[in-house]
Write a protein that binds this ligand. Structure first.
Ligand SMILES: [Zn+2]
Ligand SMILES: [Zn+2]
Length: 467
């Protein structure tokens, strides 16, 4: 590739509602950690709309799109069979000196395993895999993280005779690899990942870039919250938080002398706000987690748009008992009807938790109204730089926990992949009444697809740059 070659790409033009398909230079390796990926599919995502509407200002024109899959066509000089892996790095540091064991950051094995022609899914933000947040699993807050499709790192909605995305750290930030998921990178051992991958089409794999990991993240973060423990364990607060004390053998003594929890206290009541593609993924992830644990539940899934509500109803119908359990109720409703449903279900107490995937203050207001005291609001929606619609006093007066933030997509991919394989009845198809993906289209239609997606006239759209 010479630096004079060009490709077509969808680009954001500030301040708002302006997507243009334009000719731009093909990306080049700029850093030894970079990779060049030939994009085979790119996704249009609900969080793109915040930029499209101008709610999140961008200072310059750049290529849009943070979801893509593709094929490795060029790798920087830090990749190769002799690249130090996690294992060899840590061994070396232990053997040589204790100083280096704390100062040398081991590098991910991917440096030595990734090779040309590998098929890859890009988590929507890059992560080095080696810094303290990455090692902890908080890959979305990698110290050198960049978001694809942002001013500092072009996105994947690009096409033409050549279609590539430069996967790099923007020429700085401490380096690190940024591409993920070849065979062997997902599944972590106990399943034959290569065999599973052969049964899954590319449009389905694209969902691993963002929306399915984000849905799984929301579900896990919500159900894993300490305030869910009384309902999950049947033990009152705070004894539910820690194992029984060894010094107190009598459970009557270990548990406060209050009335025992009733079955209704253990019924998990949840609301999910936003039934766009991420909301559908989050609903499926929540239902799957509840089914796997055999927990009884009532969920009200909320959206303003009747088309989205209808799709969610149809999808719930096709999910088998393996993915929604046998002891649950799932109601799809608008916000006002949902308040009535929750009042009826809980005798006015409110939901245990609310999962908010919209990223808008009106959704947070609804969440606050629906959640019970000592409840949890988990938000995985992208929020604009606005103040929250409630005061500290309002949170204090209901003991509300707020959980916000970007999904650590790289860390979530193994769990998301398992759900992707299991729920091919929803994730596998394109354009059917019960498929999550509505359409696969050429990048030349980007302007119209953004317009229709913003109006809620279509669901998940993928761009095939070679179409
Ligand atoms: Zn996305
Ligand atoms: Zn990192």
């Amino acid at each position: 590739m010479s630096s004079t070659e060009t490709m077509l790409a969808a680009r954001w033009h500030p301040p708002s509602f302006d997507i243009r398909v334009e000719s731009v230079p093909i990306p080049q390796i700029q850093d030894p950690d970079d990779a060049i990926v030939k994009v085979t599919l790119a996704g249009l995502c609900g969080s793109d709309l915040h930029v499209y509407r101008g709610e999140i200002a961008v200072p310059k024109i750049h290529i849009s799109g943070h979801e893509f899959i593709g094929e490795i066509i060029q790798l920087g000089s830090n990749y190769g069979p002799n690249a130090p892996s996690t294992e060899t790095s840590s061994q070396t540091s232990t053997e040589t000196s204790t100083e280096t064991s704390t100062e040398t950051s081991p590098r991910p094995a991917l440096y030595s395993t990734l090779k040309l022609a590998d098929k890859v899914v890009a988590p929507f933000s890059v992560s080095c895999g080696a810094c303290a947040p990455c090692r902890t699993g908080y890959t979305s807050r990698c110290l050198s993280s960049l978001l694809f499709g942002s001013p500092r790192l072009d996105g994947g909605q690009a096409h033409d005779a050549a279609s590539w995305v430069g996967v790099h750290t923007g020429g700085g930030g401490g380096g690190g690899n940024d591409v993920e998921v070849g065979e062997g990178e997902v599944g972590e051992g106990e399943v034959d990942v290569g065999k599973l991958l052969r049964g899954i089409n590319d449009s389905s794999l694209l969902l691993l870039s963002d929306i399915l990991p984000t849905g799984v993240f929301g579900a896990k973060q919500l159900l894993g919250h300490p305030k869910m423990q009384p309902a999950l364990t049947g033990i009152a607060w705070p004894a539910c938080l820690s194992p029984p004390s060894t010094s107190l053998t009598n459970t009557q003594t270990a548990t406060p002398a209050l009335t025992p929890l009733t079955p209704s206290d253990r019924l998990i009541t949840l609301a999910l706000i936003g039934l766009g593609p991420v909301g559908v993924c989050a609903s499926i992830a929540l239902l799957d987690e509840l089914a796997r644990r055999g927990l009884p539940y009532k969920i009200v899934a909320i959206d303003l748009n009747e088309g989205r509500r209808e799709k969610m109803r149809r999808i719930y119908e096709v999910i088998g008992a393996d993915g929604k359990g046998g002891d649950g109720e799932f109601v799809v409703a608008g916000p006002e009807e949902a308040k009535e449903v929750v009042r009826r279900w809980t005798a006015g107490v409110g939901c245990n938790a609310v999962l908010e995937v919209v990223g808008h203050n009106s959704a947070l207001t609804t969440a606050y109204e629906l959640v019970r005291a000592f409840g949890v609001i988990t938000s995985v929606g992208v929020h604009a730089p606005k103040s929250l619609p409630f005061t500290g006093q309002q949170l204090y007066d209901k003991n509300i926990s707020l959980d916000f933030g970007r999904c650590p997509a790289r860390a979530m991919i193994p769990d998301a992949f398992r759900l992707l394989v299991k729920r091919q009845d929803v994730f596998g198809g394109v354009g059917t009444e019960t498929s999550l993906i509505d359409r696969v289209t050429g990048i030349g239609e980007a302007t119209e697809m953004y317009r229709a997606f913003e109006k809620g006239q279509i669901g998940k759209v993928l761009f095939d740059p070679w179409k």
